[in-house]
Design a protein around this ligand. Structure first.
Ligand code: PEP
Ligand code: MG
Length: 891
């Protein structure tokens, strides 16, 4: 026989998977002797059996429930349905991971026309008894019979009005009896049958309803958002009721043992006298702050404070506790680890260490790296009272203010003039990239959290709101409407990418700062982690930010970003369009000092920390105008025949654009293939690096340059490019009379490079896995197309567990990385290796990098603190795993 039902004294907090979080905690609190109303838990396995049996409760489970009920009746001395001494119970969901408010609850179960009389007599409080009965009918009808609460509320409102009352406490016992009658009529009207009076029927119908609520829309969406597996199922807790609405010596409340938004170590919560739990949450009456309970019920308050300390010590974490006082006696109904903001999570973890409740390693594990985003972007001042126009999906965190613009080109043009822009589009495509780059933030009315705009914005660390369907965008009129409010192009809005809120006008902001507690936690993390953390940065400002956030160097400086600068693009185009070697040299000579200046700025900012500079990577056509647009211009010029020179220039440009056109640019003439065919470009870049080294060193600043060749697939490519860099270096060193130490390495970002890493290592001083391209080339996906077209459907339909561009595909791409590491170190033991794709800033990928034995990860500056913490967590977790293995081996 399978055991599906557990009395509270049969479980403990270890049995979360079986009893759900709530059930396990109720059992644990019972075990440690806290005043918990007795009851039992129907396990998550019973929920899964319910679904396997085609949504039916098996006889085996039914019998076990009846048995447990019998036990509960014995223990309480009350009986379900007994007209003299009735037992009333609550029926609550309780999943393994807390899903607050997502599933259903029924309170006061066991009430009917007979037991209500018993309750009235027993409590000598008929008003309370009838009030509880009507609450039960309302809740049961809503949760189990699916009748909208609105009908009951409307009816109650009518009765109150008719009596001339303004609130519920004015209602008398007789008034509630009248309401009960009305409620039953409502049930009859909606279900065509009478309200179920048999308490056992009520019980099993409620259990079924709680199981069903595992699959309601809210719960499904919540699970998807929090990556909770669908197969876990929910447990159901049946607990004898205690009543906070028995008079002024009763009450109910909710409290956190510490402040969940700031982390301050002070009881934080509220309560209501003479009320039931739902009243606190429903907001019908304004609850009192918990501190005033000290005056109203000093003894209860004292006992509650002690219980809070005890629970916090027992669970070694901040708790979220529900309590009820029934006629002066305190009962604890629930305790769980309290949800908290990132700021609070950090402060609580650090203070728990100071209070010697947990150790430093545990504190490091307590803060979810994903949550840190909240703290690492500019954000709206907490003291500002928000009045959002509307809300979309919080696709990329951070706050931004700017003028609304509806077109990527216009966004770019205005940004060049120094305007701050918020790009608003129905959705974005790769063609809008320049607009996203130029804008402070992007809003789309369509698309989800993995839509193009969302992914691109997150990659750039820019705020973004997606899928804001209430925006009615009119691209022709250049405006959007939200209800009757019209926002025109040029109007200023502020967005909060962490909440999805859009506000009209400018709003006060604060810069991200690492609080003292955060710095301390990160210092502890640095002591634990084995992985180095570097940043991807291509200008001195980002480099400084990276250093401020604790990066140990630059893992990727993408030199093409320096080519995109408005002042340089004409020279870059000159270089691309050059028909002769001399023309190209002339353009490159103009570019060289510009690049050199960039490198000097970055070297100086990095103060002797290593800087990995990657030579040019993207296909050249990315620096030229769009083919279609050019065609239109040429056609127009041909028709007017007014400006012959301009026509010829544009025709030449068009010829070149056509010539450079590629069918699959992602797999085309890019990366080291550019250096192989146009070595003069790489020579110029290498020289700029060496000149920069010389100048910076002359100022007495140390430089650790690492020159990186992108997209190598065959060792011969690296061999040739390595020689090219060495020659350029020799030439410059001869000129400057300096001797420089530097490394030449390669990106590993195509499968062939990983598979032949033993050969490639022979020519490389380091490897950097470019997991963005390695993901593209391993899956054979072009990222822009995949994310725009099918990837979202793949993730929704569970073809793929996650977006592999966000979270490393460990089974596939990971295998190539492991192969690359093994083969590379076979040739050169100790060869330095890192990751510089976006995955370097994502916690599960960081865990993989640690386990695989990489030396460092590199991510955007704003993700550096996250990566430091995640790297420490990875180290601690592997250590813990090894300890368990050792222990098991000894057994
Ligand atoms: C990569 O491919 O992972 C990488 C870092 O290079 P990029 O994103 O610039 O192609
Ligand atoms: Mg790449």
């Amino acid at each position: 026989m399978n055991k599906f039902v557990y009395m509270f004294d049969e479980g403990n907090s270890e049995k979360k998977e079986l009893l759900g979080g709530k059930g396990a905690n109720l059992a644990e609190m019972t075990r440690i002797g806290l005043p918990v109303p007795y009851g039992f838990t129907i396990s998550t396995e019973a929920c899964n059996s319910y679904y396997q049996e085609g949504k039916s409760i098996s006889t085996e489970i039914e019998l076990q429930v009846l048995d447990a009920l019998h036990n509960l009746e014995e223990k309480t001395g009350k009986k379900l349905g007994d007209p003299i001494n009735p037992l009333l119970v609550s029926v609550r969901s309780g999943a393994v991971f807390s899903m607050p408010g997502m599933m259903d609850t029924v309170l006061n179960l066991g009430m009917n026309d007979e037991t209500v009389e018993g309750m009235a007599r027993l409590t000598t409080n008929p008003r309370f008894a009838y009030d509880s009965y009507r609450r039960f009918i309302q809740m049961f009808s809503n949760v189990v019979l699916n009748i909208d609460s609105f009908y009951f509320e409307q009816f109650l409102e009518e009765v109150r009005e008719e009596k001339g009352y303004s609130s519920d406490p004015e209602m008398t016992a007789e008034n509630w009896q009248e309401v009960i009658k009305g409620y039953k009529e409502i049930v009859k009207k909606h279900t065509k049958s009478i309200f179920p009076e048999n308490p056992k029927d009520q019980l099993f119908l409620s259990i079924k309803a709680v199981f069903d609520s595992w699959n309601n829309q809210r719960a499904i969406v919540y699970r998807r958002l929090h990556k909770i597996p669908d197969h876990l199922g929910t447990a159901v807790n049946i607990q004898s009721m205690v009543f906070g609405n028995m008079g002024n010596d009763s009450g109910t409340g909710v409290a956190f043992t510490r402040n969940p938004s700031t982390g301050e170590s002070k009881l934080y919560g509220e309560y209501l006298i003479n009320a039931q739990g739902e009243d606190v949450v429903a907001g019908i009456r304004t609850p009192n702050p918990i501190a005033t309970l000290r005056n109203e019920m000093p003894e209860v308050y004292q006992q509650f404070v002690e219980t809070c300390h005890l629970l916090e010590k027992h669970y070694q974490d901040m708790q979220d506790i529900e309590f009820t006082v029934e006629r002066g006696k305190l009962f604890i109904l629930q305790t769980r680890t309290g949800k908290r903001t990132a700021q609070a999570a950090i402060r609580i973890a650090v203070e728990l260490v100071e209070e010697q409740i947990i150790g430093k390693k545990e504190a490091i594990l307590r803060v979810d790296p994903d949550q840190l985003n909240q703290l690492l972007h500019r954000r709206i001042d907490d003291s500002y009272e928000r009045k959002p126009l509307t809300k979309g999906l919080p696709a990329s965190p951070g706050a931004a203010t700017g003028k609304v613009v509806f077109d990527a080109d216009e966004a770019e043009a205005l940004a060049k003039d120094g305007e701050r822009i918020i790009l608003v589009r129905p959705e974005t495509t790769p063609d809008d990239i320049h607009g996203i780059v130029a804008a402070q933030a992007t809003i789309t009315s369509r698309g989800g959290m993995t839509s193009h705009a969302a992914v691109v914005a997150r990659g750039m660390g820019k705020a973004c709101i997606c899928g804001c369907e209430s925006l009615d965008i009119d691209l022709k009129l250049k405006q959007f409407k939200v209800g009757d409010i019209i926002v025109n192009q040029g109007d200023i809005v502020t967005i909060d990418g962490s909440t999805g809120e859009i506000m009209f006008g400018e709003v006060p902001m604060i810069e991200p700062q690492l609080s003292d507690e955060f710095q301390l936690l990160l210092a502890w993390a640095d002591g634990e982690r084995k992985l180095g953390v570097r940043a991807n940065a291509d200008n001195p400002e980002d480099a400084k930010k990276a250093l401020e956030f604790g990066a140990g160097g630059i893992g990727l400086c993408r030199t093409e970003h320096m080519f995109m600068d408005a002042a340089r693009i004409p020279i870059v185009q000159e270089m691309i369009l050059a028909e002769t070697y001399e023309e190209r040299e002339a353009a490159l000579n103009k570019l060289l000092p510009m690049q050199q200046e960039d490198f000097e700025g970055i070297f100086e900012a990095m103060q002797g920390n290593p800087v990995t500079i990657r030579l040019l990577d993207p296909p050249l056509h990315e620096f030229l105008p769009d083919k279609e647009e050019l065609l239109v211009e040429v056609t127009k010029l041909q028709m007017t025949e007014s400006n012959f020179k301009e026509l010829k220039d544009k025709e030449q440009l068009l010829r070149k654009v056509r010539q450079l056109h590629e069918f699959n640019p992602m797999l085309g003439h890019r990366g080291c293939r550019l250096g192989m065919i146009h070595p003069e470009i790489y020579v110029m870049q290498a020289k700029a690096i060496f000149y920069a080294i010389a100048n910076v060193k002359e100022k007495g600043i140390d430089v650790k340059p690492e020159i990186m060749i992108p997209l190598v697939g065959h060792v011969n490519e690296l061999k040739e490019m390595r020689q090219l860099v060495i020659n350029a270096g020799l030439q410059v060193m001869e000129e400057t009379g300096q001797e420089d130490d530097y490394l030449i390495g390669t990106m590993i970002e195509v499968p062939r490079a990983a598979l032949t890493a033993d050969q490639i290592a022979g020519e490389a001083d380091f490897f950097s896995f470019g997991t963005n391209d390695l993901t593209q080339t391993t899956f054979g996906y072009s990222r822009d197309d995949a994310e725009g077209k099918f990837l979202q459907a793949y993730i929704q339909n569970k073809v793929l567990p996650e977006n592999p561009f966000a979270s490393l595909d460990q089974e596939g791409v990971g295998k190539l990385i492991e192969t690359g590491i093994k083969l590379g170190r076979q040739t050169k033991p100790g060869l330095k290796m890192g990751v510089c794709g976006e995955h370097g800033g994502e916690k599960s990928s960081i865990q993989f990098c640690h386990d695989a034995g990489l030396d460092y990860v590199s991510c955007s500056p704003y993700r550096v603190p996250l990566a430091r913490l995640a790297a420490a967590q990875a180290a601690i977790k592997s250590e813990q795993k090894q300890d368990v293995n050792k222990f098991q081996a000894q057994m």
